[in-house]
Design a protein around this ligand. Structure first.
Ligand SMILES: *Cc1c(COP(=O)(O)O)cnc(C)c1O
Length: 374
């Protein structure tokens, strides 16, 4: 059996090698290394795939969050609601702009922001909500958008992890994760479901004025060359990365399908181990594209992880600390209600290997090692 990896990027690359190398060579030969046709083609491709009017590529997913917040023209200390159980980048962008992150607990089943707890932390200073579509499924956007409308709040969807997940509204309408709120953000970090071979990100919006503003902010606040209308930043997607992503985008649905099939195999064989773990819960209103396959361990999580490691099964703990226990954020955070579920998850979650290149034998081996625990 091929040794197990949490994520296997090189095998996927080998399958795409000819296409990727041609795309890279075309860019190298063009002499145009910033912006250009490949970046425009990626924006157009994503716009079609996600069914969203405007796609503005940028340097990475963290920048995308920061630029989205900058486009809302907020004041210092305005409050932004975020889930306590997420990657730190979400709160970091908020803190960098001297805004105040306000934490809300997550749903223990979906790991996404607990919409029922959002309204209780809304104050006159609240300006926006940043739901994170964690691990591959969309947060419960319909009731969240209702709250946002009620209080006049913007919604920035951190969709770094769930590109391709679809959300179904009560009336049957379906929308892609990242295209429901005011602005959506994407990351093309190599391990994400649509990964570049370096950094990359994008912003999504259906609003023409916002799209113009976002573009301006990401290009040093320029309305035209050397005319700086506002303070912006420099956040461009490399042409080389765009060319690579243009090769990979047509495979995204296939890749997500492979992840879903792998998750289904895990689910089928791990569900009976209910004394040891809970398999991931997929909410009815969202599809799951399994950026991570994350179980909740009901026994000593760290012992289970050690057992797997000894058997050659790598695992990861996403995330070991909730945001309010991160030293960097303690000074600025406001805590909403209690954050017990986020704290419990940090003690119990364990992510198993999940990528597009796991074969049957490897999946079975991982399952068998969990079965053999104790
Ligand atoms: C990866 C990630 C980001 C940051 O994306 P980068 O491209 O690494 O800057 C932000 N939020 C979440 C939830 C992520 O998983």
């Amino acid at each position: 059996m091929t040794p197990l990896q949490m994520v296997d990027l090189t095998t996927q690359y080998k399958h795409l090698r000819k296409e990727i190398e041609k795309a890279v060579q075309d860019v190298l030969r063009s002499g145009k290394y910033i912006n250009g046709a490949a970046v425009d083609a990626l924006a157009a491709g994503l716009s079609e795939y996600l069914d969203v009017k405007y796609v503005i590529p940028c340097a990475n997913g963290t920048d995308a969050l920061q630029i989205a917040l900058m486009a809302l023209d907020l004041q210092q200390e305005d409050e932004i609601i975020v889930p306590a159980f997420t990657y730190a980048a979400t709160a970091e962008a908020i803190a960098l702009l001297k805004l105040t992150p306000v934490l809300v607990d997550v749903d223990p089943l979906t790991f996404n922001i607990d919409v029922k707890k959002v309204e209780e932390v809304v104050t006159p200073r609240t300006r926006a909500i940043v739901p994170v579509h964690l691990f591959g499924q969309t947060a419960d956007m319909e009731p969240l958008m209702q709250i946002a409308r009620k209080y006049g709040l913007s919604v920035i969807e951190d969709n770094a992890q769930s590109i391709g997940s679809t959300y179904t509204f009560q009336d049957g309408t379906k929308k892609q994760a990242g295209t429901i709120g005011t602005i959506g953000t994407l990351s093309f970090f190599p391990t994400k479901n649509l990964g570049a071979y370096g950094d990359g990100g994008a912003l999504l919006t259906g609003d023409e004025d916002l799209a113009k503003k976002i573009k301006m902010i990401a290009r040093h606040g320029q309305s035209q060359k050397y005319m700086h209308e506002r303070i912006g930043c420099n956040s461009r997607l490399d042409t080389l990365q765009a060319a690579i992503l243009n090769v990979k985008l047509p495979y995204l649905n296939t890749y997500n399908q492979i992840r879903i099939r792998t998750a289904e195999e895990y689910n089928a064989q791990l569900k009976p181990l209910s004394h040891l773990l809970d398999v991931p819960h997929c909410a009815a209103q969202s599809t799951h594209v399994y950026h991570q396959y994350t179980v909740k361990i009901k026994q000593d999580r760290d012992k289970v992880q050690k057992h797997l490691q000894e058997k050659g099964v790598p695992t990861m703990i996403y995330y070991p600390l909730p945001l309010h226990h991160q030293p960097a954020f303690k000074y600025i955070l406001k805590k909403g209600s209690n954050l017990n579920e986020s704290e419990n998850l940090c003690r119990s979650v364990l992510s198993l290997p999940m990528h597009t290149e796991l074969d049957k034998e490897q999946i079975q081996y991982i399952i068998d090692q969990l079965r053999s625990y104790e």
